[in-house]
Design a protein around this ligand. Structure first.
Ligand code: DON
Length: 573
């Protein structure tokens, strides 16, 4: 484990301020806070997330003297309350921390783990019940590990604001009302979910500005606040978790919970036009794939072709295809799988780039027909934080599906993930619908399932200039790639870079999906791409939800851009 004496001594020297007392006042202040909204500008700290109350709790943490990691922890706990379809304590994710100086960035890997009773062919004959899809959650120990490394304020002051929000309730947004109504409507037999998240057990529909109160979640969070992360893994909460598992044929035991450990990992590092790119390492595929793609396109000088030229889109699509092929071949939990070091080198990218035709799309099947990947649904959440000193956090975490397994732990009030679905379910069996049977991501007890989550921080000479990431299952990596290209190659302002339409290709299936604005406004280019052999179709709904921050390295001004595709709020100091 990395020791950071300088940061620890700062932490010890600072008297923690009870920030929970200031939240109410902060909420009313935020109403008039001129620099906050869909877009925020400031020379100080900011938090950008999918949920206004969660961003506000993060910003209030900064106001109370917290650093970016403190604000990220407070925001993550708050999102478990205010964005329960993906914000969580029952799931897992990746937090990339860039100290904003010469110290090396790190990643906190709090990905879920397969329980001791899991086995390679446990899904070979089908899933069985949702209970079997639950991985051992990592969020609470992950946030605790981040706090041990970098935290400045007291742990309890970072958890209590979320507990208070759950206990007192908050006014829901229109987006959250839609999400609640959808999950309730489509879970007619899930009594606990309907009791906890329904109005009158689901008899009445939610609408914007209704108040959501979550007493049992408040109690769980209060325990975590007062007793620390172990309250989740060893105490009453763990008892309730184990009982819930037993009731539905789940595999996770209390011993699994006690044994969960978050890990500190070295981020994937790449460069692009003199910028340093830091991103999530395996067991996420995100950092490896995005750096591989950037390396492939860098020599083509796409700036002079224009952002929306067929040539630019073609090269980006070809690099996606190549990187996703490698993703499927090589990537898995590095504690169980040997991953080739060359994937993120410029030399390897040059070799791959030389295979790209200027005029024709490569056939994905010719590249490799033997492996395909499991589906990953589009529900996760990403938030970005920077503090006044330039330390930044990119955090992406998930329950896997929207609302995860939809199992609410009785008496403890939180939703469980269904992340085991990210493993390759049937060893050796592949098909054109996207099943994969290759070894690197097969199920083993104690192993982490492969992820696509791609929290990224870009810096120059140690100074942070971009913080981004997104939900979207396998599309995540391409959403982040599009944003990185928009900012680093095409020098778009962050607002435009986040708004710009996105596209996705994942090697298999051999199809390009594009957001409407691109399909409708660039018909000439789309025709050309089709003639080159790209199979283009429409993105179902939208691609990603990338709440991002940029820093102008000349002026020091920060811009926060919430992604308008769903909800979102940038709160700045
Ligand atoms: O870890 C992963 O890549 C997926 N389980 C994330 C799921 C996801 O992104 C759904 N997203 N929006």
């Amino acid at each position: 484990m990395r020791i950071l004496p300088s940061i620890r001594s700062i932490a010890n020297a600072i008297v923690a301020i009870p920030i929970c007392l200031t939240i109410g006042a902060a909420n009313s202040r935020a109403e008039q806070h001129p620099a906050s909204g869909l877009t925020a500008r400031s020379h100080l700290g900011m938090v950008v997330s999918v949920s206004k109350p969660a961003s506000e709790i993060g910003r209030t943490t900064l106001d109370a003297g917290g650093n970016a990691v403190d604000a990220a922890i407070a925001t993550a706990f708050a999102l478990a309350v205010t964005w329960p379809e993906a914000g969580n304590i029952g799931g897992g994710g990746f937090m990339l921390i860039h100290p904003g100086n010469s110290e090396p960035p790190i990643v906190i890997d709090y990905r879920e783990i397969a329980p001791a009773a899991a086995s390679v062919d446990m899904f070979a004959k089908g899933i069985g019940s949702q209970y079997r899809l639950v991985g051992i959650p990592g969020t609470v120990r992950g946030l605790k590990l981040a706090h041990e490394q970098f935290g400045r304020l007291a742990w309890k002051d970072l958890v209590e604001p979320a507990a208070a929000l759950a206990r007192d309730g908050f006014q829901i947004s229109a987006e959250l009302a839609i999400s609640l109504n959808q999950v309730i409507e489509t879970s007619p037999d899930n009594k606990e979910l309907r009791r906890v998240y329904g109005q009158e057990n689901g008899k009445r529909m939610w609408k914007a500005d209704d108040r959501l109160v979550q007493i049992e979640l408040a109690n769980t969070l209060a325990l975590i606040a007062s007793e620390g992360a172990d309250a989740f893994y060893t105490g009453k909460v763990a008892d309730a978790f184990e009982a819930e598992m037993k009731s539905g044929g789940g595999l996770i035991t209390k011993a699994d919970l006690v044994g969960y450990q978050a890990k500190i990992r070295t981020p994937i590092h790449g460069t692009y036009r003199g910028f340093d790119i830091f991103a999530s390492p395996p067991p996420s595929s995100g950092g490896t794939a995005v750096v591989e793609m950037l390396n492939i396109v860098e020599p083509f000088k796409l700036r002079q072709e224009g952002r929306w030229s067929a040539k630019t889109i073609h090269f980006m699509l070809e690099s996606m295809r190549l990187a996703y092929y490698d993703r499927a071949r090589w990537l898995g939990d590095p504690d169980f799988t040997k991953i080739p070091g060359q994937l993120t080198t410029k030399e390897y990218a040059a070799e791959l780039a030389s295979s790209i035709s200027l005029t024709n799309a490569t056939s994905s099947a010719k590249l490799g027909a033997e492996i395909l990947s499991p589906e990953e649904p589009p529900n996760t959440t990403h938030f970005s934080v920077i503090d006044r000193d330039g330390m930044a956090v990119a955090n992406t975490y998930t329950l896997e599906d929207s609302w995860g397994s939809r199992i609410v732990v009785r008496g403890a009030g939180f939703v469980l993930n269904n992340e085991m679905g990210d493993f390759n379910p049937r060893p050796g069996i592949t098909n054109s619908k996207g099943l994969i049977g290759t070894k690197p991501n097969q199920i083993v007890a104690g192993k982490r399932m492969l992820s696509s989550m791609t929290p990224v921080v870009v810096s120059k000479n140690g100074h942070v200039t971009l913080v981004t990431g997104s939900p979207g299952g396998r599309t995540i990596i391409n959403t982040v790639f599009c944003i990185l290209m928009n900012v680093l190659e095409f020098e778009m302002p962050l607002r435009d870079a986040v708004d710009a339409p996105r596209f996705h290709h994942a090697w298999m299936p051999d199809t390009v999906t594009m957001e409407s604005a691109l399909l409708e406004n660039r018909k000439t280019q789309i025709d050309l791409l089709s003639k080159m052999g790209h199979h283009i179709s429409h993105t179902p709904k939208r691609q990603g939800d990338a709440h991002s921050i940029s820093v102008n390295l000349q002026t020091g001004e920060r811009t926060g851009a919430a992604d308008r595709r769903r909800d979102g709020w940038a709160s700045s100091q």
